[in-house]
Design a binder for this molecule. Structure first.
Ligand SMILES: [Fe+2]
Length: 465
């Protein structure tokens, strides 16, 4: 701990050896059976290191010449790739990411330090496809409470869990083998939390697609999940503000789309690979895909299973036009993201790629099953369901003039209505769910063309109850 707390503070724009690119080292692991139970947190690992990284902000006065936009190392005592790689699921071969940890300020004010941090975040995403940010103490407590609630929920009987379904929203339970990625069942077991709207809510009464209640099993699940989601919502807004600085776009260019954002969360459990139900692909938790919104803030326990692909010039995709599911699933070039105590990882999604004209690209990722069951959260920070998105002003030039730049030749459509994009993604993932069947039977898709569904803040006119 002492060694990196004592790292010298560097002037703005200065690149250091500890940048995230320098820390993405190469190592291969692959023999089946490597990384068995009990090997995930070896003696001497400083599990509290990342938690303690959230140091006080540099005062504005000194930030003129001294900022800390570079990520810091998350491991103080045992940061060897051998240690990090030991949690990799058996049977996989990948590089092991050894990422730094960024500290996000309590408030984003537009200070010199905020601007430098925004640029560092954008740079790290373009290089590594993923960033890590330190949890605050409050976030950590809420995450642990939510994780405990998740474990309690998934221990319930299959019948109790299966009852948590709603026919109007896609919130609720998804059994292992029910989710489909690129035509193949995944072994993930999920509870999805979407905007919780009761039956009297005007948008629900007007039968807007995907709008409805969240079928909570009980308050024991609901309370910690809502609190954790709320704190991640605030974190997501700060990240968006920082990205605006990082991209040199007008403040508000991104956050104007997230008023009443369609934020939602996937509470995830992955069975151990020796305890699957035969409905999916051996060893696979979730197949290769990109996420559909702005970005995902995720947390994982100490088991390990997440793999990503770094942005690459020769890997072009636009998931909103043609599904990127299954992309390079069995190819080389995957990077394993090992569990690090006290951090959230942030993965970019399709809408960030679209808005920035491929300057920032959605990060392909997949999940492998490990030797122990694994729990994780994926919080999706999203535009409003009503948002109509167009690429940000000035991004064409930036993408064209940068080198290397991934996917610069990908076609960019004129505009994207986020609600339509979300609805299509969920119908594709859950073709047999009651929600999809009702949506089609009641022709709710046609409502997506109505002006009130494409105007921020508009509410439907519905008769009084
Ligand atoms: Fe995902």
């Amino acid at each position: 701990m002492t060694s990196f707390m004592a790292r010298p503070v560097l002037p703005l724009g200065r690149r250091v050896m500890g940048s995230s690119r320098a820390m993405l080292n190469t190592a291969s692991y692959g023999p089946p059976g490597f990384g068995g139970a009990g090997m995930t947190m070896p003696p001497g690992f400083n599990a509290k290191a990342a938690q303690q990284l959230r140091a006080p902000r540099v005062p504005e006065k000194t930030a003129q010449t001294q900022t800390q936009p570079q990520p810091r190392r998350a491991h103080a005592r045992d940061d060897s790739l051998n240690t990090l790689g030991k949690t990799m699921p058996p049977g996989y071969k990948a590089q092991v990411a050894q990422l730094g940890v960024f500290e996000i300020p309590e408030q984003v004010t537009g200070s010199v330090g905020d601007r430098a941090l925004g640029k560092a975040l954008v740079r790290a995403w373009r290089q590594d496809g993923i960033i890590q940010i330190a949890m605050s103490e409050a976030q950590r407590r809420l995450m642990e409470d939510a994780m405990a609630a998740s474990r309690r929920f998934f221990k319930k009987s299959p019948a109790e869990k299966a009852a948590c379904v709603d026919s109007q929203s896609y919130a609720g339970y998804i059994a292992s083998g029910e989710e489909v990625t690129d035509g193949i069942a995944d072994y993930s077991e999920i509870f999805t939390i979407t905007k919780d709207l009761d039956l009297a809510e005007p948008r629900v009464r007007a039968k807007w697609p995907c709008h409805g209640p969240c079928p909570w099993p009980d308050v024991d699940m609901k309370t910690p999940m809502v609190r954790y989601n709320d704190v991640l919502g605030a974190e997501g807004e700060k990240l968006l503000q920082l990205v605006e600085f990082g991209l040199d776009v007008t403040p508000g260019s991104l956050t104007r789309h997230t008023r009443d954002g369609w934020h939602h969360t996937r509470v995830l459990r992955f069975p151990p690979r020796n305890a699957t139900n035969g409905r999916g692909k051996e060893g696979r938790g979730i197949g290769s895909h990109t996420d559909y919104g702005l970005f995902v803030i995720s947390a994982q326990d100490d088991v390990g299973g997440l793999f990503i692909r770094r942005p690459k010039e020769d890997e072009r995709f636009a998931n909103w036009e043609k599904s990127a599911a299954g992309l390079r699933e069995d190819d080389d070039g995957w990077v394993y993201v090992p569990p690090v105590d006290g951090v959230h990882t942030v993965i970019l999604g399709d809408m960030m790629q679209y808005l920035t004209r491929n300057y920032l690209t959605a990060t392909p990722h997949k999940v492998g099953l490990n030797t122990r069951e694994r729990f994780a959260f994926a919080y999706f920070h999203e535009p409003s369901f009503q948002a109509v998105l167009q690429p940000l002003d000035g991004m064409q030039d930036k993408a064209a003039s940068s080198s290397p730049s991934p996917a610069t030749k990908t076609k960019v459509t004129d505009e994207i209505h986020y609600g339509t994009h979300f609805t299509r993604m969920f119908m594709r993932n859950y073709p047999d769910r009651v929600t999809t069947k009702r949506l089609l039977a009641e022709d709710r898709l046609s409502l997506l063309e109505r002006p009130e569904l494409r105007t921020m803040g508009a509410v439907p006119a519905v008769p009084a109850l």
